[in-house]
Ligand binder design. Structure first.
Ligand SMILES: *[C@@H]1O[C@H](CO)[C@@H](O)[C@H](O)[C@H]1NC(C)=O
Ligand SMILES: *[C@@H]1O[C@H](CO)[C@@H](O)[C@H](O)[C@H]1NC(C)=O
Ligand SMILES: *[C@@H]1O[C@H](CO)[C@@H](O)[C@H](O)[C@H]1NC(C)=O
Ligand SMILES: *[C@@H]1O[C@H](CO)[C@@H](O)[C@H](O)[C@H]1NC(C)=O
Ligand SMILES: *[C@@H]1O[C@H](CO)[C@@H](O)[C@H](O)[C@H]1NC(C)=O
Length: 426
């Protein structure tokens, strides 16, 4: 699980893009000016992974020296590109990785929740995330907040309810791989069904980096802090009718699983015009040379006005194309990945990511992750498409590469590219 901001290059499993052999220069091409030294031709593969049975050392080629002090070998094995960074890393880039295993968990009867916001990861100012688990029937209580909420179900199914500002209601049961979206201020609830005997777990993303899910407006917290006569007056009832309400917030609490045929009460205002649920699990993925991709944004999931997602799989050795874009919050579902984040002005840093079942994924299994963006429309730029669609002489003048190589650049966007036959398998 990780977060990242700013322009970056995403690399999985394999190392750097494009190691085609040097070609010849044609007379018609512009000459490049040797105003700066040439880039190093050393590859910078990650030097080890979690499967190695030796303590890794902070040594890359002629640089570094072994560690004499205490060493946390497990963490070093998961982060080869921090302990022995590629020589292409430079300057300072804020940390872009946060294992949710380091988040302080909040345990309740019926489930738990742990979050990442700018307290954990100061670079991630645009979005915050929560990992939440509910046992069958358990409820994340009726609440609302000032940020938009987007969700992806990791396991099980969840019954969600909401009522919008115009009094129109909504109830839907969503399954693994499906999404929901609640605009800011819309009161909602989440409840695990017993479709999965263990209940459900989901990832929430909010459209503000400093959002805290532990600081939302909860029905119980609110009523526990309003004088009883005011509550009674509001509902035109007797005070004693409110004797049994909780004296403090519930947040998550156990309950009976909702029936399969649950429906919203009849609503004189009607139901919400754009569903807050989206059956993303039923959207077919687009097959690409090195993996698959499918996208949900406001064009297809109309309620999702501020958050878009790409669900991506990358086969061993393949790579997610370079994509400079807006801030991205990514969550790893399976497999291992490597990513270089380029923050302009010569600053770059490389990070290694693992899904939670890290030990089972040693880098030879398919990578599966979510790219989440704070935007209404998903868009990215492909490096090869960019370079294929400007005059070749212009590219040559920048990069001093052969015409033959430039001619191979693909004019169509390839979101995930197949393993490079010129690179060693990794
Ligand atoms: C272009 O690259 C070649 C190596 O491939 C190098 O010998 C040459 O000096 C470079 N030319 C310029 C103008 O940088
Ligand atoms: C793990 O790292 C070792 C040492 O660099 C390497 O030999 C092995 O191929 C790597 N395994 C995978 C699955 O990448
Ligand atoms: C749902 O199913 C239960 C049990 O089969 C039944 O008693 C109830 O009337 C149904 N409710 C609705 C709204 O259809
Ligand atoms: C993946 O790696 C594991 C551990 O190194 C190994 O046992 C397994 O055979 C590998 N699978 C494939 C398909 O290469
Ligand atoms: C270019 O990319 C498209 C889309 O991924 C792919 O279908 C096509 O085969 C590629 N063309 C070449 C010449 O690699």
């Amino acid at each position: 699980m990780f977060l990242l901001s700013v322009t970056h290059i995403f690399l999985s499993l394999s190392a750097f893009v494009c190691a085609a052999p040097a070609g010849t220069t044609s007379a018609s091409a512009a000459d490049s000016s040797p105003t700066v030294p040439l880039a190093s031709d050393n590859p910078n593969y990650p030097l080890w992974n979690d499967t190695v049975d030796y303590p890794p050392q902070p040594i890359r080629g002629p640089f570094g020296a072994n560690q004499l002090g205490p060493q946390n070998i497990a963490i070093d094995k998961q982060n080869p590109d921090l302990l022995a960074p590629p020589t292409t890393d430079a300057g300072t880039v804020l940390n872009a990785k946060w294992p949710l295993a380091l988040s302080h968990n909040q345990l309740h009867t019926g489930g738990w929740a742990r979050q990442q916001n700018t307290q954990e990861l100061p670079i991630a100012t645009q979005m915050a995330g929560v990992d939440m688990r509910l046992e069958p029937g358990a409820i994340r209580e009726l609440h609302w907040h000032s940020a938009d909420e987007w969700a992806y179900i990791l396991k099980g199914s969840t019954q969600v309810t909401a009522v919008d500002q115009d009094g129109r209601n909504f109830l839907e049961t969503l399954n693994q791989g499906d999404l929901w979206y609640f605009p800011a201020g819309v009161p909602h609830s989440l409840q695990a069904t017993d479709d999965n005997p263990e209940g459900c777990e989901f990832i929430l993303v909010f459209d503000s980096g400093d959002f805290s899910d532990f600081g939302t407006f909860l029905l119980t917290d609110w009523l526990a802090h309003v004088p009883k006569e005011v509550i009674a007056k509001n509902f035109g009832s007797d005070i004693a009718a409110w004797n049994g309400i909780p004296g403090e917030q519930l947040y998550i609490f156990p309950s009976n699983p909702p029936p399969d045929n649950a429906t919203s009460p009849s609503d004189p205002q009607g139901s919400v015009p754009e569903s807050f649920g989206y059956r993303f699990s039923q959207v077919p993925a687009t097959q690409l040379a090195g993996g698959t991709v499918k996208v949900a944004d406001s064009r297809t999931f109309k309620a999702a006005k501020k958050i878009a997602v790409a669900e991506v799989t990358v086969e061993p050795g393949a790579m997610r194309q370079w994509h400079p874009t807006e801030d991205e919050w990514a969550f790893f579902l399976e497999g291992n990945a490597r990513m270089t984040m380029f923050a302009a002005e010569g600053n770059a840093a490389t990070f290694d990511f693992q899904a939670s079942h890290y030990v089972e994924n040693t880098g030879n299994t398919t990578l599966h992750y979510l790219e989440i963006f704070h935007t209404d429309i998903y868009q990215d730029v492909s490096l090869s498409q960019w370079l294929a669609l400007v005059p070749p002489a212009l590219v040559k003048a920048h990069l001093n590469i052969s015409d033959e190589l430039i001619a191979t650049f693909n004019k169509t966007k390839a979101t995930v590219v197949a393993p490079d036959p010129y690179l060693k398998a990794f």
